[in-house]
Design a protein around this ligand. Structure first.
Ligand code: NAP
Length: 302
């Protein structure tokens, strides 16, 4: 069963696996199929959903909202995470010349209000700044967060892809704890485990969220040497621990990190969501964990 866990001191409760909706446009579902998928993973215990304003070229939160509108009461059963501060170029924003970041008070508030409208919900459980922004003025972000909280539009705040120092900087201006740093963690890229990001999460007893645990699917198909080494080692460990598939080994590998990351599932196929849930029962030894480390790096530990 998928447990509910506390994200941070005085933080919200999330399901220990999160359903990601970045690829919702690709799933090609009707509104009713989107609602069915949402209900299926809620039924399995995955109640937390991950969004961002930009997903699907600014389309995903609106598609999700269409499904919510079919059964409004479902919002009582979910925790919504969404993000802001990336400014994408594209057909919807012809005035922009390059992709960039904007962490101004005005943009944060406008983006959150837009997400509320698109998602068709009354409030957002957690709003994240999507990317570390060197032009971020932490005092201004704090003002935006305070206003959104006071107006009942957002309950909690966090960050994504932040450096440890960036996390501490923003935290220093806030009255309540940031409730997560959502970062990439997979056997092909686990920089967060080495650059202090996860150490800080453990220090402040705050759980990271792990995106692209399966390398965005690359782990199954990429032909470079690193991916092949990792795949071979995962296959061996799969047999040793009685896993059904290598994605289950990867989820167990991510979850063994002592900062207790919450894997975000990227698939829209309910059987793959179920496989991730079954992986909650699996445990790796320290040596098995480091065998994946060695396969990824192509050398032994120092
Ligand atoms: P992922 O799990 O690494 O990749 C999902 C992809 O892998 C899908 O295309 C899926 O295809 C494929 N896949 C899954 N299981 C497979 C299998 N057994 N065999 C072959 N292919 C398989 O996750 P992700 O989608 O990259 O990221 C997960 C979530 O993290 C996103 O939805 C988003 O919410 C979040 N995210 C956040 C950031 C950030 O900057 N904060 C960045 C990226 C993502 P199917 O759909 O066909 O199963």
């Amino acid at each position: 069963m998928v447990k509910q866990v506390t994200m941070a001191p005085n933080g919200p409760q999330f399901s220990e696996l999160v359903q990601g909706y970045w690829r919702l446009v690709d799933w090609g579902m009707t509104p009713q199929q989107r609602l069915t998928f949402l209900k299926q993973h809620i039924e399995l215990g995955i109640t937390t959903v991950d969004h961002a304003d930009i997903y699907g070229n600014y389309e995903c939160d609106r598609l999700f909202g269409e499904a919510i509108a079919l059964e409004k009461s479902i919002t009582d059963q979910i925790q919504i995470v969404t993000k802001c501060n990336i400014m994408l170029c594209g057909d919807k924003t012809p005035e922009r010349k390059v992709n960039h970041y904007n962490s101004s008070k005005q943009h944060i508030i406008a983006s959150a209000e837009n997400s509320l409208r698109n998602l068709q919900v009354d409030n957002i459980d957690v709003l994240l700044l999507h990317r570390a922004d060197v032009l971020m003025n932490a005092d201004e972000v704090a003002e935006a967060f305070m206003q959104l909280k006071a107006q009942g539009k957002v309950n909690h705040f966090g960050v994504s892809n932040f450096t440890p120092r960036g996390f501490e900087l923003l935290q220093s201006r806030l009255d309540s704890p940031l409730v997560t740093n959502q970062v990439e963690i997979n056997p092909l890229n686990f920089d967060a485990a080495h650059d202090g990001t996860l150490d800080l999460m453990q220090t402040v007893r705050t759980r990271p969220m792990a995106w692209s645990c399966l390398g965005g699917g690359a782990i199954f198909s990429a032909n470079d040497q690193q991916s092949q080494r990792v795949r071979d080692e995962l296959e061996l460990i799969k047999h040793e621990i009685g896993a059904a598939s290598i994605d289950q080994v990867i989820y167990a590998w991510v979850r063994k990190l002592p900062s207790n990351p919450l894997p975000i599932i990227g698939s829209g196929k309910i059987e793959r969501v179920q496989a991730a849930i079954s992986a909650l029962e699996l445990e790796l030894t320290n040596e098995q964990w480091y065998r994946v480390w060695c396969a990824s790096k192509g050398h032994g530990v120092p």
